[in-house]
Design a protein. Sequence first.
Length: 353
Amino acid sequence: MEIKFVKRDVLKEKPPLNALGFGRYFTDYMFMIDYKDGVGWHNPVIQPYGPIELDPALMVLHYGQAVFEGLKCYKGDDGLLRLFRPLENFRRLNVSDDRLCIPYIDEKFVLSALKELIRYDADWVPEADGTSLYIRPFVVATEACVGVHPSSEYKFMIILSPVGAYYEEGFNPVKIYVEDEYVRAVKGGIGFTKGAANYAISLKGQEKAHKLGYSQVLWLDGVDRKFIEEVGSMNIFFVINNKLITPSLEGSILPGITRDSVIRLATRKGMRVEERKISIIEVYEAHEKGLLTEAFGSGTAAVISPISEFNWDNRPITVGDGKTGKVAQEMYDTLTGIQYGRIEDPLGWTQLV
Ligand SMILES: *Cc1c(COP(=O)(O)O)cnc(C)c1O
């Protein structure tokens, strides 16, 4: 499919590098393609970034049939633009789409559209260490109808946002609130997808944690409220007795690409890695015996987020010595090294734009 290009008359002014924050500024262009039953995906276009007109009966506004993805483009010291395992994001988008009755989209085609879009917006990829261009592909139901059924029309879009370094004052551990009142997902639901509804459902717990002085929520399983699932928008890892342990993917957890990368890197480095069910009780017992030396989150936004404290059932515990651990630091250095092209990429994870 040929992608139409609509040029912008006047390019936008770039935001100051030191004030980027996360997801507040958007580039000059966006990619868009429409779907209609009987026609399929059609009319791909790269056009000036800006508002789109919405019918008030648009199905996504009423029933939340929406999915998204999140990945980044990194500018290395060599000036090259790199994407990290981008095809995995579009594969996962189709997994999410399938669960939400959204039609399949050609993964290679949207990846090539993304690269074309980034080339038009190449000047927007920030250069400073730790900064990147955040990429947000998403699909929403666009049929105008207030009856409940899978929409017959969709819009797939990609928007781009230059983002600041996640750790502006160094690689600092965060405090985590273990939520045992609200739940995020259950097996059979949409926990394994990047469905927008997973975020709507998590806001209340997140707000509660913030009020109590915690930066993130650790979700427990929706049935026993005992087994560990994941943190906000990150998967979670524990280092217990020198083993790296992460909850297995049982249908309610998002299969993070960073999670998979950490598992593979740790295995290559000779660590013992276990993907299995792990309960909050086991974590607390390991802490009591002095065996819980590290915990960290993994996700595209922060890459690795060390954890200094958990609070479950009004019982706060400090992880290890409360500082960033050795494994978290090594994973962070290796992953960001590969992403910015500073070190060798032995698994062929990066692609040039
Ligand atoms: C996106 C996301 C993650 C992290 O996935 P990555 O592919 O590593 O960025 C983890 N948990 C949830 C709920 C997410 O939405």
